[in-house]
Design a protein around this ligand. Structure first.
Ligand code: FES
Length: 257
């Protein structure tokens, strides 16, 4: 299978800056390669490695992950934008993730957690404080449904997180950052732009029809080097559960010929 994988990055420098994983992380990557059936299967874990290396999953980090795992960058972008746990450049230094799935949302529990964040930090779901220190998102089930509301702050996991305990936690966090609540309360928050900055808008897979249906063949699921067309045009604003759309840049996606 792996020998059939084609990548448009083949033979190219993976990242323009030449940046790669630290020797320690590269050794962990090699261990994964030994353990998993092929490089492509390591992608989820490799995204975690580049997230550590770059401190968030930047475009450069995604390009490096694609290179290491021998998959197109679009494949990495798909995984990174599907899973909400990966830290992206638009997130705050501290990310509040509030479960908004039904069991937490019942009885106003999700709203109670969001209210604490709004009251203390002045940000709602999909927003970030002006200094970039704190951001807030609604996320799907965090797997502790019987103890709502469930909240994660970066890699910390909290159950029954509302009211006084949550307020005290936020107070402590703000103090630890050397800030005061007055720095945030009543201030205008910024919307997070959750889009990836570069999206290939069209691929020409073997067997693609004029209607745009794509043909995936297990023997060769990826296009060969030189196939397909990429664009660096900024994509249109997207509506996501996590943010309101940002202003349209006016740039139109490039049409394929
Ligand atoms: S519904 Fe919130 S943790 Fe499952």
């Amino acid at each position: 299978m792996s020998e059939n994988i084609r990548t448009p990055q083949a033979g190219l420098k993976p990242v323009a800056s030449g940046r790669t994983l630290s020797p320690e992380r590269m050794a962990r990557f090699q261990e994964m390669v030994e353990e998993y059936p092929n490089k492509r299967s390591t992608l989820m874990m490799v995204i975690r490695l580049v997230e550590e290396e770059f401190e968030s999953v930047t475009d450069e980090a995604m390009a490096l992950a694609a290179h290491l795992c021998e998959v197109p960058v679009a494949h990495v972008q798909g995984m990174v934008t599907f899973y909400t746990h990966f830290k992206r450049p638009f997130h705050g230094k501290h990310r509040f993730m509030v479960c908004a799935t039904l069991m937490c949302a019942l009885d106003g529990n999700t709203d109670a957690a969001l209210k604490s964040i709004k009251d203390k930090l002045g940000i709602g779901a999909g927003e970030i404080t002006a200094d970039g220190l704190f951001s807030c998102e609604k996320v799907e089930c965090l797997a502790d449904c019987d103890r709502p509301p469930v909240v994660q702050k970066d890699f910390e996991h909290f159950c029954n997180m509302k009211g006084a305990p949550f307020n005290q936690y936020i107070d402590g966090l703000v103090a630890k950052e050397g800030k005061a609540l007055s720095d945030y309360q009543g201030k205008v928050a910024a919307k997070m732009d959750t889009r990836v900055s570069t999206l290939p808008v069209h691929y020409t897979f073997p067997g693609e029809t004029s209607e745009g249906a794509r043909h995936f063949d297990d023997k060769d699921p990826y296009w060969k080097p030189g196939q397909g067309e990429l664009t660096t045009a900024i994509p249109r604003p997207l509506h996501t559960p996590f943010s309101s759309p940002v202003a349209d840049s006016g740039l139109k996606p490039q049409k394929s010929k």
